[in-house]
Design a protein around this ligand. Structure first.
Ligand code: ATP
Ligand code: MG
Length: 200
């Protein structure tokens, strides 16, 4: 599961656990993004701090792991590079890429969709209020233009109980002095206040 995790929240954790159980996964590896080029200019908490918050949030689940591969790469993060690297580390493994449905659209409309779909199967979580027709559109496009015939076995949709939680909302709430408790693990909440993150 890739993301900025700025900060990690219960939307991410519930999605990961649901995917793990529905697809019988051996483990879920959270991969905080190092330097997402599409978010450049936006003030982000350092990758090291996002990594630490992800460790705190996932520590109690024996199936959850956190990887530094994108953080330690020190150049723009591309999904395809990460997948190639993971395939080298975990040989003979089958990979599932857990994302929000919005992120699947981004990934598959940008770089090397054919290569990416060869290396993993997507598990796309629908966020509340999400319009599924966009996913169907990209499926049709990949089928027609790229002749990817097994597209339905390559992108799976999972429905996550109404979780309208987002990192953006959490950051805004901190800035506005509103509560964030119960939207993310308590340890992470305390760490955010202790370090003074997101105040401006
Ligand atoms: P931001 O608001 O800063 O974009 P975010 O909450 O979307 O943050 P990301 O780190 O960007 O969090 O997300 C990592 C992955 O988790 C993405 O694939 C995203 O679509 C997915 N995701 C985020 N929030 C939820 C949620 N509440 N339910 C399901 N998936 C989610
Ligand atoms: Mg996002």
């Amino acid at each position: 599961m890739g993301g900025t995790f700025n900060p990690i929240h219960y939307g991410h954790l519930v999605t990961a656990e649901e995917a793990r159980i529905q697809f019988n996964l051996d483990r879920v590896i959270f991969i905080p993004a190092g330097d997402p080029y599409y978010k450049k200019g936006q003030k982000i908490v350092t990758a090291q701090q996002r990594y630490l918050m992800t460790i705190m949030a996932t520590g109690s689940n024996p199936y959850f792991y956190v990887s530094r591969i994108e953080i330690d790469r020190h150049k723009p993060t591309y999904t395809i590079d990460t997948l190639i690297e993971l395939n080298k580390i975990y040989k003979d493994s089958q990979f599932f890429f857990i994302t929000g449905a919005d992120a699947v659209l981004d990934i598959l409309t940008w770089k090397n969709p054919d290569d990416i779909l060869n290396l993993c199967t997507f598990i796309a979580a629908t966020r509340p209020g999400y319009d599924m027709s966009k996913i169907d559109e990209i499926k049709k496009k990949l089928k027609d233009e790229r002749e990817i015939t097994n597209i339905n076995t390559k992108i799976h949709i999972i429905r996550i109980p109404a979780l309208a939680i987002s990192s953006t909302d959490i950051r805004n709430r901190v800035k506005e002095g509103k509560p964030i408790r119960y939207l993310l693990p308590e340890g992470v909440v305390n760490h955010i206040y202790k370090m003074g993150f997101y105040k401006e």
